[in-house]
Design a protein around this ligand. Structure first.
Ligand SMILES: *[C@@H]1O[C@H](CO)[C@@H](O)[C@H](O)[C@H]1NC(C)=O
Length: 265
């Protein structure tokens, strides 16, 4: 009894509390509700054993999933021949300063909105130059729709890709981020880095050609500051994968020194 009490207390007293750092989980759960593009099989989990063996409790399951579902990474090889597959992406390229580009106002009047160079300039005016190896993510407000299939794909016929509507990146903006700001990852809170009405996927092609991974269906962006976080992206190390579900999260100081100082006065 005493030992299990100590164990549960040590779970509450976590290390990040002591660091005065906030952690925001940027991934949705991977499960039967996970959304995939048409043509992908659904996620399936199977219980292999859940019960008492006679000696002890034992749980073990298996799951089957397509690579590109829910909160996931696109490896550069997804849309570009000869580029990095999932296991080849260096971890150093999957950790970087978070740059959250809020385009909710623009998306409110146009669900096919494409994030522009002007939107990045506006972010830079407000904050600073986009740092090298940034993880730049569009916050269009679309995350509020997940996991509702109709709302997430912006159509009443989610089995028909030609009817999709949701915001994404403009190819020129992504090209600019890669060439002039040397960003490490580009992401969205929608199902695709290209907007829903795209047929040729120029953003996917641009990212792939530059060996820059993409992130799709990123969660909880309203809980992350536009500037000042570090984002960590941790996909499983799937050999030759073109993508995979990811656990990703942001960390940032709970309060800056001045705020803390003022509170103490
Ligand atoms: C998804 O959203 C639509 C439109 O608002 C709504 O009619 C439908 O009931 C929702 N589906 C679920 C499963 O919540």
């Amino acid at each position: 009894m005493q030992l299990s009490l100590i164990a549960s207390i040590s779970l509450v007293c976590n290390f990040v509390e002591a660091l005065d750092v906030k952690v925001v989980d940027l991934s949705y759960e991977l499960g039967p509700e996970t959304l995939f593009f048409p043509g992908n099989p659904p996620f399936v989990s199977t219980i292999l054993h859940r019960g008492n063996t006679g000696a002890h409790w034992y749980e073990i399951n298996k799951f089957e999933t397509a690579e590109h579902g829910g909160t996931h990474i696109d490896a550069p090889s997804h849309f570009a021949e000869g580029k990095l597959r999932l296991h080849e992406i260096p971890m150093e390229k999957l950790i970087g300063p978070g740059v959250i580009i809020d385009v909710k106002d623009k998306v409110a009047g146009n669900s096919d909105y494409k994030v522009s160079i002007g939107d990045i300039m506006a972010w830079e005016l407000k904050h600073k130059k986009v740092p090298e190896c940034a993880i730049v993510i569009m916050n269009s407000g679309w995350g509020a729709n997940y996991p509702n299939k109709t709302l997430t794909f912006g159509t009443t016929t989610p089995e028909d890709q030609s009817t999709f509507h949701y915001p994404g990146w403009h190819k020129e903006a992504v090209d600019w981020l890669i060439k002039t700001r040397r960003v490490c990852v580009v992401g969205v809170d929608t199902p695709s880095t290209d907007p829903g009405d795209s047929t040729s996927f120029p953003v996917h092609q641009t990212l792939g050609a530059a060996n820059v991974p993409g992130l799709e269906n990123v969660a909880n962006l309203d809980s992350v500051p536009e500037s000042g976080s570090i984002i960590y992206v941790a996909p499983i190390k799937l050999k030759d994968g073109s993508g995979a579900p990811v656990r990703m999260f942001a960390t940032f100081p709970k309060s800056d020194i001045r705020t803390r100082y003022n509170q103490e006065l």
